[in-house]
Design a binder for this molecule. Structure first.
Ligand SMILES: Cc1cc2nc3c(=O)[nH]c(=O)nc-3n(C[C@H](O)[C@H](O)[C@H](O)COP(=O)(O)OP(=O)(O)OC[C@H]3O[C@@H](n4cnc5c(N)ncnc54)[C@H](O)[C@@H]3O)c2cc1C
Length: 390
């Protein structure tokens, strides 16, 4: 291959570019990104950056070693189309770039509340601009309603409490975090909200937002109205794959990939939040929207790409994420399912400092740690050593 284009200039794209050079690719390497900024780190956007204890400069993902990568940065340039078979990427300004290999790393975006565009005081959080706009609205004493008690919603609630806001979190499911952690442990972890003065309302959907020009509140499905000065919508992410319609690639909830990032076309691989790799633990495609996957998996995908679309056999580690809420570190690895046998291996749920394991047919399938970082590292290593089967 003489020319490779990486589309998406964030963590997964930069990791792919680094891996390409580390694996000996010496040709032209273009990195196309629709944001005008160089790659930056997103996890602090709901934590330290939102709290004002980290600056934009602190978010930079590149370091001095990256000067050696010889990348052709094409920033502020959205890809609008791909012909996967010819390796032609079309850009918003009508220009085209051709490459022998393509790495798709266009990530995901925050799902918005329908009809809320243009309503001041309603926020999502995905980019630096999103976080800066939200921070400007987080004034002590203001009433914040967070829709969705997932990790990002919980982190925003935690940061806003620290800044002195009156915070309510609304979650449609009966318990928060039931998807990733299961209802039992999700409920325990979510106890942190009420312990820190956040009101948590579960099992009730949101009917709509009120306000004319600026949001004034949130209507709940049970008829209640929550007055609000600021609303954060934290209801998940949508993969940025629309530009790939008609490209020849198989698309679903993400770019459908094999276990090595290979797509349905040999010269194209996909990585990071936009990619749904085959996960042997579930026997199907599974989109992982976590930082560590976007950092580590591109090395596997690049090896696949350089081998002509053949997965070289290195298995991806089980999905892993961390979340910082109310001064606690939550870490989770693996994929849990309802019915898994849960054991508290160490610590105390009441104190919210514990290590829990999930087993299926006696096999370790997932690990949760709350404020147990060293123990978690040990258990995660053990989880990685267990061959995953569906
Ligand atoms: C607020 C927040 C907090 C988070 N906290 C945690 C955490 O605590 N722990 C954790 O494990 N994970 C966390 N994450 C998730 C983690 O940041 C993501 O998994 C990671 O950023 C994924 O990297 P990516 O490169 O795949 O995608 P992204 O970071 O989404 O980057 C994709 C890039 O591609 C660009 N792009 C999109 N479409 C196009 C196009 N057509 N043409 C060109 N460019 C395009 C996008 O604008 C973006 O710049 C958090 C995410 C957010 C938003």
């Amino acid at each position: 291959m003489k020319r490779i284009a990486v589309v998406g200039a964030s963590l997964a794209g930069l990791s792919a570019a680094r891996a390409l050079r580390a694996q000996g690719f010496d040709g032209e390497l273009a990195v196309v990104g629709d944001e005008s900024r160089r790659p930056y780190d997103r996890p602090p956007l709901s934590k330290e950056f939102l709290a004002g204890t980290m600056t934009e400069a602190d978010l930079a993902l590149e370091d001095s070693d990256d000067d050696e990568l010889r990348l052709n940065w094409m920033l502020g340039a959205a890809a609008t189309g791909l012909d996967a078979h010819t390796g032609t990427v079309e850009l918003a300004d009508g220009s085209r770039i051709s490459a022998d290999g393509i790495v798709i790393a266009t990530g995901s975006r925050a799902r918005r509340w329908p009809g809320s565009d243009g309503l001041a005081g309603v926020h999502v959080i995905r980019t630096i601009d999103d976080a800066a706009a939200l921070r400007a609205d987080l004034q002590a004493g203001a009433r914040l309603v967070v829709i969705g008690a997932g990790f990002i919603g919980a982190e925003v609630a935690s940061t806003a409490r620290k800044l002195g806001l009156d915070v309510t979190v609304v979650e449609a499911a009966p318990t928060p975090l039931a998807g990733p952690l299961g209802a039992q442990l999700g409920a325990i972890v979510a106890q942190a909200h009420s312990d820190n003065g956040t009101t948590l309302i579960c099992g009730i959907g949101v009917d709509g937002l009120t306000g004319d020009g600026r949001v004034t509140g949130v209507d709940l499905a049970d008829g209640r109205h929550l007055p609000a000065d600021v609303v954060v919508v934290g209801i998940g992410g949508v993969p940025n794959i629309e530009w790939l319609q008609g490209s020849g690639l198989e698309l679903g909830n993400g770019v459908i990939c094999g276990a090595g990032g290979e797509t349905s076309v040999p010269n194209v691989v996909a990585v990071g939040d936009c990619a749904a790799w085959y996960e042997s633990a579930t026997g199907g495609a599974h989109r992982v929207e976590h930082w560590t996957g976007a950092l580590e998996r591109p090395a596997i995908a690049v090896a696949t790409l350089l081998a002509g679309g053949l997965h070289q056999g290195t298995p991806a580690k089980p999905p892993y994420f961390w979340s910082d809420q109310y001064g606690s570190r939550i870490q989770f690895a693996g994929i849990a399912r309802p019915g898994d046998e849960i054991t508290i291996e160490e610590g105390d749920c009441a104190q919210r400092s514990f290590l829990a394991t999930y087993r299926r047919d006696g096999r370790l399938v997932a690990v949760l740690g709350v404020d147990q970082t060293r123990l978690f590292t040990r258990w995660r290593r053990q989880l990685c050593s267990v061959p995953a089967t569906a």
